[in-house]
Ligand binder design. Structure first.
Ligand code: BES
Ligand code: ZN
Length: 644
């Protein structure tokens, strides 16, 4: 077999012995907030005669390792971690007495520190009756759930037997085989017969129910949310059919279910095979944010079948998926202008990211992650610079040819992994007689930092009204013009988002005056919108203007959901403001336990605060007293752990 690419994010050694299948058996212990059980690994001796299996682990306790065929104990070393690189975890190396052992079985448990799992107390669920757990393994957190060769360059199948309390339901990134009910427990059996990279292993357990929305699609969530979620995501089957047409290859994963998670889910969506995870901040009540589902569906081909070989090539997952998502949505709207409209928003995000969010080296399309934490290099660059590269190629060769090339790319690399250079070579081979791409500046696109080498020509028709309205409000602010009388009643929320984006752009160097903001609030009431994308942008606008009235609204927003796309920039904006800098830090410290561990880690780093356990700060669950606590914290003048 081909050897796995070098990947310094992993301490495993699949080029010695590779794992081909994992047979996982775990019990969920909500009282202790741990998973305990075992995993058996089917081995492939990639280097003949090898006697050592090396796996990644993090925050796991390893009890013993056996040869499951004989029950014989095998010796193992659980190496200490690398100083200052705790995110890489600890290598588990298992010595084999012979080279004929087919499997090894590891007995282990997770710990409370496990960065892959969030354990939610009942107060943080919609039902408020039972606890809940969900995992998030991308990029390198699978090793904190199960010992594994935690790198995208290695794919394995898995099966699982999961024991949960009898009130609970388990869902996974796999197909359910059967369910058994015992006295106090339920047991769920799962199978993922398509080889997947470790970052796609996923599980959620809680009081869950589902509504079927088509033969192969269901929407899962807590009972009180499920009707709303099923309505919001009712276009899923249509998205899936269109995706199959565009990819030119049927959906291979059997089921496509959605799980709408509690509000602390740190991403918009996660493409776990057979079961996409989504944030409840998509529940806008008008299906306007369902394009995230189109995005996760697109990953069923670009990402889950054709996989980035290492996190350096993450853009091949996300850039292609962003392109594919926009193609799906354009077909849903029966108008290619929607691709352009969405790409305009993406280009603004990219501009902001490169200007403000990321250090120079993370603005490159092809990254050099090395042994750094991949969570630190995550940004919109992979998505939007990636999309723009593909759009530039499509513009040169023409849409029909490029769409055919996409299908060829998917069939060529399906079930494999791919690097940027392999992609370039495949493209050049496919278009070797096409003069229009002869001089394409691949090296600048791939390896230079900063904005892309060329500016795209997007059709701006659908953005026109929004951009005009932004200018009108800008002139209200700067020239004292009359407040525009445009009625937004018939505007889509995408148009409103585009309006706010354009206005944020215009006000970049000088925020709006408070009077202008006040007039805008009176006219549109953005501060009470149900649409999280609109609320997010309005909060950004108002925080920049030091509008004190927005502070409780923004604090409520960041303490009632933990999606990093919103939570990180809003904490940062509050922190930068004059009016709420301290409050931002205090609110975060008072609420650090409500977030997913990844979100806690990232916000702590954004605000330069420590979240060490010894910083004993009042803790509060979602929806409860978080904002009040923050206010009390200021009054009482707690000594807070701040490194800044
Ligand atoms: N796979 C990503 C989420 C992810 C990336 C998690 C890297 C961890 C590490 C997912 O497909 C995604 O891109 N989600 C976006 C949705 C969007 C761009 C439509 C998100 O969460 O905002
Ligand atoms: Zn994605």
């Amino acid at each position: 077999m081909a050897s796995a690419p070098e990947d310094r994010s992993s301490l495993s050694s699949p080029n010695v012995i590779a794992v081909k299948h994992i047979d996982w058996e775990v019990t969920v212990d909500f009282d202790a907030s741990i998973l305990h059980g075992s995993a058996s690994y089917t081995l492939e001796y990639v280097t003949p005669g090898s006697r050592v299996v090396r796996l990644d682990t993090n925050f796991l306790k390893i009890f013993k390792v056996v040869d499951p065929a004989t029950g014989e104990a095998l010796s193992f070393t659980h190496h200490p971690g690398i100083p200052n690189k705790s995110y890489l975890g600890r290598q588990l190396s298992i010595s084999l007495p012979t080279t004929s052992i087919e499997k090894v079985k590891v007995f282990y448990q997770t710990t409370k520190q496990s960065s892959a799992v969030q354990w939610l107390p009942p107060e943080q669920t919609a039902g408020a009756k039972h606890p809940y757990l969900f995992t998030q393994c991308q990029a390198i957190h699978a090793r904190a759930l199960i010992p594994c060769q935690d790198r995208p360059g290695i794919k394995a199948t898995y099966s699982a037997k999961v024991t949960v309390p009898s009130w609970a339901t388990c869902v996974m990134s796999a197909v359910m085989k059967k369910e058994e009910t015992n006295d106090k427990t339920k047991i769920f059996y799962w199978d993922q017969p398509v080889p997947i990279s470790s970052y796609l292993i996923a599980m959620a357990v809680g009081e869950l129910t589902k509504i079927d929305i088509s033969e192969r699609c269901a929407v899962w969530s807590e009972p009180s949310v499920v009707k709303q979620a099923a309505w919001e995501f009712s276009q899923t089957e249509d998205f899936l059919k269109i995706a199959e047409e565009i990819a030119g290859k049927p959906y291979v994963w059997g089921r496509y279910d959605l799980l709408c998670l509690p509000p602390s889910f740190p991403y918009g969506g996660m493409e776990n095979p057979c079961l996409t995870f989504v944030t409840p901040t998509l529940l806008a009540g008008d299906r306007s944010l369902a394009d995230v589902v189109a995005h996760e569906i697109a990953h069923s081909w670009t990402g889950n079948l054709v996989t980035n070989s290492t996190w350096d090539h993450f853009w091949l997952n996300e850039g292609w998926t962003t392109w594919f998502q926009r193609k799906i949505m354009a077909r849903i709207h029966k108008d290619d202008k929607f691709l352009h409209f969405d790409a305009i928003g993406g280009y603004k995000t990219l501009t902001d990211t490169i200007k403000r969010e990321v250090p120079d080296e993370f603005s490159r399309l092809v990254l050099d992650v090395g042994d750094l934490d991949p969570d630190d290099s995550y940004s919109s660059v992979a998505y939007e610079k990636g999309f723009n590269l593909l759009f530039a190629l499509e513009t040169r060769v023409g849409t029909p040819e490029f769409e055919k090339f996409f299908q060829a790319y998917v069939s060529k690399f399906a079930s494999k992994t791919v690097t940027s250079e392999e992609f370039r070579a495949f493209f050049n081979q496919h278009f070797k007689t096409n003069a229009k791409v002869k001089d394409f500046d691949w090296n600048t696109w791939f390896y230079s930092s900063g904005m892309p080498p060329e500016k795209p020509q997007f059709d701006r028709t659908l953005a026109e009204a929004s951009e005009k309205l932004a200018i009108a409000w800008f002139e209200v602010d700067r020239s004292g013009n009359m407040v525009p009388s445009v009625n937004l009643k018939d505007w889509s929320s995408d148009q409103i988002t585009c309006f706010l984006d354009a206005l944020l752009d215009l006000c970049e160097d000088q925020p709006l005056k408070l009077d202008t903001l006040k007039a805008m609030k009176q006219q549109y009431g953005f501060e009470s919108t149900k649409n999280s994308e609109v609320l997010f942008r309005f909060c950004e606008l108002a925080i920049a203007s030091e509008d004190k009235d927005i502070v409780p609204i923004a604090l409520r927003f960041v303490t009632t959901q933990g999606r990093m796309k919103f939570t990180r920039p809003l904490y940062k904006a509050l922190f930068r403001s004059k009016m709420a800098s301290d409050l931002a830090v205090e609110t975060f410290l008072a609420n650090k336990h409500i977030y997913h561990p990844i979100c806690t880690k990232m916000v702590a780093s954004d605000l330069s605060v420590s979240v060490e356990e010894k910083a004993s700060i009042l803790e509060s669950p979602y929806f409860k007293v978080s904002v009040v606590v923050a206010a009390v914290a200021v009054v009482a003048g707690f000594v807070l752990m701040r490194k800044r």
